[in-house]
Write a protein that binds this ligand. Structure first.
Ligand code: PLP
Length: 384
């Protein structure tokens, strides 16, 4: 029940990767036979990924994951803009973004860049109308996520792209939660840069993709080698690159069937939780009012409805019963701070502190969902 944090490596993906961890261990920059074997694997993977995303191979940059792709997009584009235009172009983003966006945005602000952090609407997404009010000729880059990792709420990226284009601003989209679950067609999404992470769709950890539309320049974040056409220095993670291409291919083929199944499980989970708690909870995944990703259900227990529920204790108790869920994103679940996403949606701190995110994956079934519903009911009753 925590697939938004990570997913298990598909054994078939592992078997594709395995030869590149052992016998074909060459450095893709070496000119000898072992190097050429590795280079072929990297370029073949790049072509596969490009085709799956409806992009060109030259538009694919392999990174160490979603966080590096996000940091590269923000810092890389804005530093390059500064170099070429002599001024610091504005960054617009949202308070509901992942830390991999919010922290580089903060670092840019501290270094003198104008940064605007929009408060999303109460469902959690920034609307094209909201962006229209904030954007100006000074805006160099807009960064908004495709689906929120805590609530599942989706942003209308093509409509956002239209607004950006009319102001000549670039658009970056963090699609870490949707790649592999929704087909990512870069032409349909129409963002200039898109971040993807392998471990969210049964691929390996520590490898990601930054799609960069042809003609869009950025300063590399990691320098020290001419790899990735001088856009990301460092010896290529060949097994990881082979793995992310294979995992993306498999996920894209299964995406439609998986989405349908997950939407049914999402409905079962929401109906079950409503039946147990009968109006006592706040549903932070607004399935009725917004377009949401199918794998996430986020609920909170407001202290005014029944006796208060301590969020950390709730997670620990669920864990003891074998239900592995999360409060907010995994990176912050060790801390006692309420989720920045839920507070950005206007949830009071105490309610946001008593929230739990369930996220399902390809192997979750109806029985798992039934067990999660029953366990949540039991654990909350016991705690109260
Ligand atoms: N962006 C979003 C929306 C995420 O959910 C995550 C992962 O939690 C990341 C970025 C970071 O990706 P990675 O774990 O590959 O660094």
């Amino acid at each position: 029940m925590d697939h938004a944090a990570t997913t298990p490596l598909d054994p078939e993906v592992l078997s594709e990767m395995q030869p590149y961890l052992t016998e074909h261990f060459g450095n893709a920059s070496s000119v000898h036979a072992l190097g050429r074997k590795a280079r072929f694997a990297v370029e073949d993977s790049r072509e596969r990924v490009a085709e799956l995303l409806n992009a060109e191979p030259s538009e694919i940059v392999f990174t160490s994951g979603g966080t590096e792709a996000d940091n590269t997009a923000l810092k890389g584009v804005l530093h390059h803009y500064h170099q070429s235009n002599g001024e610091r172009g504005e960054l617009i983003t949202s308070a509901a973004e992942h830390e991999a966006i919010l922290e580089p945005a903060e670092a840019l602000r501290e270094a003198g860049w104008p940064v605007t952090v929009l408060t999303p609407d109460h469902h959690g997404a920034v609307t094209p109308e909201q962006l229209e009010e904030a954007i100006s000729e000074e805006t160099a880059l807009v960064s908004l996520m495709h689906a929120n990792n805590e609530t599942g709420v989706m942003t209308d990226i093509p409509a956002i792209a239209e607004v950006c284009q009319s102001y000549d601003a670039l658009l970056h989209c963090d699609a870490v939660q949707t790649a592999g679950l929704f087909e990512i067609d870069v032409k349909a999404l129409d963002a200039d840069l898109i971040s993807i992470s392998g471990h969210k769709f049964y691929g390996p950890k520590g490898v990601g993709i930054l799609y960069v539309r042809g003609g869009v320049d950025f300063d590399p974040l990691v320098v020290g080698g001419s790899q990735e056409r001088e856009r990301r220095g460092g010896t290529e993670h060949v097994p990881g690159i082979v793995g992310i291409a294979e995992a993306l291919d498999r996920a894209v083929s299964a995406a439609e069937e998986r989405r349908e199944r997950l939407y049914r499980l999402q409905e079962q989970l929401i109906d079950g939780i409503h039946a147990s708690f009968n109006g006592e909870i706040v549903l932070n995944t607004p399935v009725e009012e917004a377009f949401v990703a199918p794998h996430v259900v986020n609920v909170a227990f407001p202290p005014e409805n029944g006796s208060p529920v301590d969020g950390e204790m709730l997670l620990l108790n669920l864990d003891m019963e074998g239900v592995l869920a999360s409060a907010g994103s995994a990176c912050t679940s060790g801390a006692l701070e309420p989720s920045h996403v839920l507070t950005a949606l206007g949830l009071p701190r105490k309610t946001a502190s008593a929230a739990v995110r369930f996220s399902m994956g390809k192997d979750t079934d109806e029985d798992d969902v039934t067990y999660a519903i029953e366990t949540l009911d039991e654990v909350v009753s016991r705690m109260r």
